[in-house]
Design a protein around this ligand. Sequence first.
Ligand code: HEM
Length: 124
Amino acid sequence: ISPAPENDSLYQAMGGQAGINRVVEGLLYQIADDERIVHHFADTDIVRLQEKLQEQFCVEAGGPCVYSGDSMADVHAGFELTEADFNALVEDLIAAMEAEQLPVTVQNRLLQRLAPMRADIIYR
Ligand code: HEM
């Protein structure tokens, strides 16, 4: 787990919670259309996933939120996710951020916050 950001500049650059929520919604639509990975979500409570992603992205962007979901290792264990699965989801997230016209510098700051989670998400 990386330490929380020291300020909320990324949260502000993403448009606060409303902007983050639009990115999360776009991500969920991208995943729904992504035949490479959508099968993993067949039994998922999407309303819960949306809520937890909204919280998590807010925290990682330095916003005033608390993440109430489970650990990345616990959540993703059992899906046997590959590096290709991980990269596909990152591509979907980038597409969602592009659709919100977030500058690449802002996109990269969020991706850098999420990248360290990779080791907990990919199956070993
Ligand atoms: C940076 C990458 C990722 C992040 C930040 C992330 C984040 C999350 C979060 C916050 C949750 C909700 C946890 C909870 O309900 O308590 C979740 C659930 C889930 N994630 Fe990920 N995830 C990532 C990558 C992936 C990938 C690559 C896949 C599959 C292709 C995946 C599949 C799932 C599934 C299927 C669930 C729902 C689990 C269930 O229904 O019990 N995730 N993820």
